[in-house]
Write a protein that binds this ligand. Structure first.
Ligand code: GLN
Length: 261
């Protein structure tokens, strides 16, 4: 079929325009020049893709990458698809903080996008990225190579295998309560999302070992869920009495990050 016909069928199914652009790129069709395109889209693969999309399969997994903060990051069902909230927070942080020459740890890196975006913005930062999933690490390593970024990847269950101290620790750990009715992400790795009955097991494992790995003048940022923000802050305060804590909001006004300093 022609790209125009494909566009028509995708729109008819209510696939958002932003996704359509990505989907058409699967056949090397440039959305902005669709009227001029002479490409032929194979019917069979098109309808396979359409069926997946109708079932809620993420476009990012079909395309195999996402472009954010000047890096192209590979994604597969082994890693969480980076969320806008995280990207937005990171973009803000990179504009405000000077991480040049600093030791930075991206804990529970998944696709690696936090680590890679930091290294891209601050080539002199010494960036380590860890994850419990070897599959995630392999994918992140591939992205690092493709973006010509040098990041030290390390397999670690939270801070277990981490050595030394860091100036900045940034983490988007699993933080969704096990039986949450609000988060449905059936195609994404459940290991990267859920964290015990109340969603706070990750922080229970991380906070007691944080002091050991954070420089005295260091700072840490943890992504969290609005509903758990105050409880997570209280937990941090009880385990890390010498630190200060503040909660940061996302673009939607939701409590989204805990900043320890
Ligand atoms: N913010 C993600 C979501 O709502 C969850 C991320 C996480 O658990 N780290 O799907």
């Amino acid at each position: 079929m022609t790209p125009k016909k494909a566009l028509f069928l995708l729109s008819q199914e209510g696939i958002p325009l932003y996704d359509v652009r990505q989907v058409l790129s699967l056949w090397d069709v440039d959305f902005d020049r669709i009227a001029l395109s002479e490409k032929e889209i194979d019917d069979k693969t098109f309808f396979e893709v359409l069926e997946k999309l109708k079932g809620g399969y993420p476009v990012a997994y079909l395309v195999g990458h996402v472009d954010l903060l000047s890096v192209r990051v590979r994604v597969s069902p082994d890693v969480l698809i980076p969320r806008m909230e995280t990207e937005d927070f990171l973009s803000d942080l990179l504009a405000k903080k000077d991480l040049s020459g600093k030791k930075v740890l991206d804990l529970c890196t998944g696709s690696g996008f936090i680590a890679l975006a930091i290294k891209k913005r601050f080539p002199k930062a010494l960036v380590t990225a860890s994850d419990i999933s070897q599959k995630a690490l392999s994918l992140a390593e591939q992205s690092a190579k493709e973006n010509a970024l040098s990041v030290h990847f390390l397999k670690s269950d939270f801070l277990d295998a981490i050595d030394g101290k860091f100036d900045f620790i940034i983490s988007n750990p699993p933080y969704i309560p096990l039986h949450s009715k609000f988060v449905r992400a059936p195609y994404e790795p459940q290991l990267a999302l859920f964290s015990g009955e109340d969603g706070m097991d990750s922080y229970r494992q991380i906070f007691p070992r944080l002091e050991e790995h954070l420089e005295e003048k260091g700072e840490a940022y943890f992504e969290l869920e609005d509903a758990n923000a105050e409880k997570t802050k209280a937990l941090a305060m009880s385990i890390l009495p010498s630190r200060s804590a503040e909660i940061l909001l996302d673009f939607d006004g939701k409590k989204r990050f805990l900043h320890l300093f």
